[in-house]
Ligand binder design. Structure first.
Ligand code: NDP
Ligand code: 8X3
Length: 253
């Protein structure tokens, strides 16, 4: 039977790549993001490529608890059987020392990466519970394992994801729901452009002299994780470009 994956933040980067890779693998796709027009375009492309799968898209800002609750409650019944949740929506804003940090940036990161992640999980887990199975994949980061200069609040949000990933695994143990943390190093997506608020030149320099990971690298890893047998759960994965040793050390040519 075809499985359904719900991907948050599927309009670009890792989330979009997950949609592409999992569509090819035969999953039905439930996709959300704020930029709904991008999801509509993606649906169009993937439906043409893979006519046997079903795709449902909706606009959602994960920062608003009530909006999340209403959107998921309002899903057509056939879309409430969710086999896999990929908690991917997230962002970084700014790269400043804590003493001069921008409080709006902090709020945006905390509201999206921690609170939004929790709001979506809170609505989806009971749906999985009802079916007695499921797999939740949480996008953490190397920033959730280490702290790097000026990463302060972004790193804190990803450390929270790391803690909640472990917490979910404990709480959901009796429910037969798998929980996996995927923690990438540098992945070239819209991430740096968003961090630097549209400064494309600054964003492009992040990857100077090295080959970063691509969204597809992460999506293919997630497909591997999802395709393990029922008795196997990959709990936590750290995945880096070969040219990156840790949160601060990269080898640029
Ligand atoms: P992108 O900026 O390319 O994608 C981020 C996605 O999140 C977009 O689809 C965006 O959609 C969505 N999103 C952001 N805010 C919200 C919101 N409030 N509500 C709903 N959706 C939202 O970056 P990445 O693909 O790189 O990031 C995906 C995840 O991977 C993030 O959690 C990030 O922290 C993590 N990560 C990224 C790494 C990297 O180096 N790129 C490394 C490690 C982890 P829209 O704007 O349309 O709402
Ligand atoms: C994104 C990777 O190194 O910018 O989480 O924190 S990093």
């Amino acid at each position: 039977m075809q499985k359904t994956v719900f991907i948050t933040g599927a309009s670009s980067g890792i989330g979009k790549a997950c949609a592409e890779v999992l569509a090819k693998a035969g999953y039905n796709l439930l996709l959300c993001a704020r930029r709904h027009e991008k999801l509509v375009q993606l649906k169009h492309e993937l439906s043409n490529l893979y006519p046997t799968i079903h795709i449902h898209t909706f606009e959602l800002d994960v920062r608003h608890a009530q909006e999340v609750q209403q959107a998921i409650t309002a899903l057509p019944e056939e879309w409430k059987k969710i086999d896999v949740l990929i908690n991917n929506a997230g962002l970084s804003q700014g790269l400043d020392p804590i003493q001069t940090g921008n409080i709006d940036d902090w709020d945006r990161m905390i509201d999206t990466n921690i609170k939004g992640f929790l709001y979506v999980s809170r609505q989806v887990i009971p749906l999985m519970e009802a079916t007695g199975a499921g797999h939740i994949v949480n996008l953490g980061s190397i920033a959730g394992k280490e702290v790097y200069p000026n990463g302060n609040v972004y790193c804190a949000t990803k450390h929270a994801v790391d803690a909640l990933n472990k917490a979910m695994r404990i709480d959901l143990l009796p429910k037969g729901i798998k929980v996996t943390g995927i923690n990438p190093g540098m992945v070239e997506t819209e991430f740096s452009e968003v961090r630097f608020k549209g400064d494309t030149e600054r964003a492009a320099h992040v990857y100077d002299g090295l080959t970063p990971l691509s969204g597809t690298d992460i999506a293919e890893t997630i497909l591997f994780v999802l395709s393990r047998p029922a008795h196997v759960c990959i709990n936590d994965l750290l995945i880096m470009p070969t040219a990156q040793a840790n949160g601060t050390l990269v080898n640029r040519k």
